[in-house]
Design a protein around this ligand. Structure first.
Ligand SMILES: Cc1cc2nc3c(=O)[nH]c(=O)nc-3n(C[C@H](O)[C@H](O)[C@H](O)COP(=O)(O)OP(=O)(O)OC[C@H]3O[C@@H](n4cnc5c(N)ncnc54)[C@H](O)[C@@H]3O)c2cc1C
Length: 465
């Protein structure tokens, strides 16, 4: 390491230029704070990344964003409105595999009564839901759903949903931490059905102004989701008070006696700052913090991150028999496959493939079958095709194939997660001007990370210069 490396002093230093770090950096520089962001990789975005190759536009991690009022405001501030593309309306239809066949999830009460996904017993259980009392202790998603909605809804609707969002295990995920809005519905309305009706009534009584974007729509950008992270990075550097250092991997942080921080990087640089924000995965934060607070590192290391591989496959349209008329297909654990699900990517956002081709993005691995994400590309592809070829009528091998491994993909908000976060916060409070953020604490969706970065920036103490 070069001990003569230049020192750089700044108000706020952020480690990690994923969506959380970029959001915090964007809002801080908007407030006029001086910020440096250190990023280990050669590009910003973290899990968000889009690649265009020979007319195939693929996503490395997330594929879409949920529209919200806050996101619409941000996109307008970043001047990205003209870049937005909305998901194909047919993507409202979602398939779940049952007994080796794709079955569309019901979207209205009549379909609910006639779908082969649920039996009469499941429907009777559902009818009793408004009279089932809320639980008084923390439950897993599996316990919560089995109690309120019954085993059929757990197996054929919630289990695949949990795979699709968290690549998680419903028996381990905490309902309170992982799906807080659903938990709040039970606590506030005593029932999910009553809560749903109350929400619909409230929306009818106070309709959103037509100038507001429709909530719940899925969107992306003409050149993929990376448009958003690139635009945030561009706005930070254009602000005149923000700087992003790529290929700057933080290896050591130390608190100084005057309540400032010292940061060292693998590349031999040193920085000092008043406020230090870590937006790296929990295990990386643990590594950085272990020398100064071993119990804090131990708590952070308890957050599980199972591996997932994202498998992008391109085929001639006539090599896939299924009409691909929906968002994608989720595979419940009961089907005993290794693949978690597959997005019909070229239906979701058309014009991302050469003419006459279709693109599928499968996800394999996760908390219940981590070993399925391991091995060579050939081995991973073989597992995916063994599961998907009979379900979707795929003939032969893909003509375009890219596999993106995520060795630590998505943090799992498992039983005890909220008390773990409390313990982490209590230890962090012993240090002056240290802040921990990232997708392991207040929502894993890109939209959650944007909001969390913004909230952190708003509550940061201003630095007197
Ligand atoms: C396969 C996959 C599919 C997903 N699909 C969706 C989806 O469809 N919709 C959705 O809303 N969300 C989805 N998500 C979740 C979402 O993408 C993530 O939760 C979110 O992007 C995480 O952002 P972050 O900034 O908190 O963390 P990260 O993106 O992990 O960013 C952390 C950054 O820190 C950097 N870093 C690490 N160590 C160091 C170090 N020592 N020094 C400096 N920098 C360091 C990393 O390189 C990285 O850039 C998906 C995630 C994955 C993996």
């Amino acid at each position: 390491m070069n001990s003569n490396a230049p020192r750089t002093s700044v108000d706020t230093l952020i480690i990690g230029a994923g969506i959380t770090g970029l959001s915090a950096g964007y809002h801080l520089t908007k407030q006029g704070e001086h910020v440096i962001i250190l990023e280990a990789e050669a590009r910003v975005g973290g899990a968000v990344g889009s690649v265009m190759e020979a007319q195939w536009l693929r996503e490395l991690g997330p594929n879409s964003l949920m529209q919200t009022q806050a996101l619409a405001q941000l996109l307008s501030d970043l001047d990205l409105s003209a870049e937005i593309i909305e998901a194909n309306p047919v993507a409202k239809k979602r398939f779940v595999a049952k007994n080796g066949h794709p079955v569309a999830l019901p979207t209205n009460p009549l379909e609910l009564l006639t779908t082969p996904l649920f039996n009469l017993g499941d429907l009777f259980h559902l009818a009793r839901e408004p009279w089932i009392k809320p639980a008084k202790t923390e439950e897993s998603i599996a316990e919560f759903v089995r109690r309120r909605l019954g085993t059929g809804f757990l197996d054929w609707a919630v289990d695949p949903f949990v795979s699709g969002v968290y690549a998680g295990d419903p028996k381990l995920l905490s309902v309170q931490a992982a799906i807080p809005k659903i938990y709040a519905m039970e606590q506030e309305n005593g029932s999910l059905i009553r809560g749903g009706i109350a929400r619909m009534k409230a929306a009818k009584a106070n309709p959103a102004p037509i100038t507001q974007p429709a909530k719940g729509k899925l969107l992306s950008f003409k050149r993929g989701l990376q448009t958003l992270t690139d635009a945030l990075a561009q706005a930070i550097t254009a602000s005149g008070c923000g700087e992003i250092r790529l290929q700057s991997q933080s290896t050591r942080i130390t608190p100084n006696a005057d309540q400032t921080w010292q940061i060292h990087t693998e590349q031999g640089e040193q920085f000092s700052c008043k406020n230090l924000i870590l937006t790296v995965p929990a295990a990386v934060a643990a590594r950085l913090l272990a020398p100064i607070d071993a119990p804090l590192a131990e708590h952070l290391n308890q957050i599980e991150y199972p591996p997932v591989a994202s498998v992008v496959m391109g085929f001639d349209r006539d090599k896939v028999a299924h009409p691909l008329d929906g968002f994608g297909l989720l595979i419940p654990s009961k089907e005993h496959k290794q693949t978690l699900g597959v997005l019909f990517s070229s239906t979701l956002f058309p014009d991302r493939t050469p003419q006459g081709k279709v693109m599928l993005t499968a996800f394999i691995g996760g908390r219940q079958k981590p070993q399925a994400a391991e091995g060579t590309d050939d081995e991973i592809l073989m597992r995916v095709l063994r599961d998907l070829s009979p379900l979707l009528g795929i003939q032969g091998q893909p003509e375009f194939l890219r596999i993106q491994p995520w060795p630590r993909a998505i943090p799992q908000y498992e039983l005890g997660h909220l008390s773990l976060i409390e313990k982490i916060d209590a230890r962090v409070a012993h240090f002056s001007n240290l802040h921990l953020a990232g997708n392991w604490r207040a929502g894993i969706a890109v939209g959650d990370c944007l909001i969390n970065g913004e909230n952190l920036a708003k509550k940061m103490p201003r630095v007197d210069r």
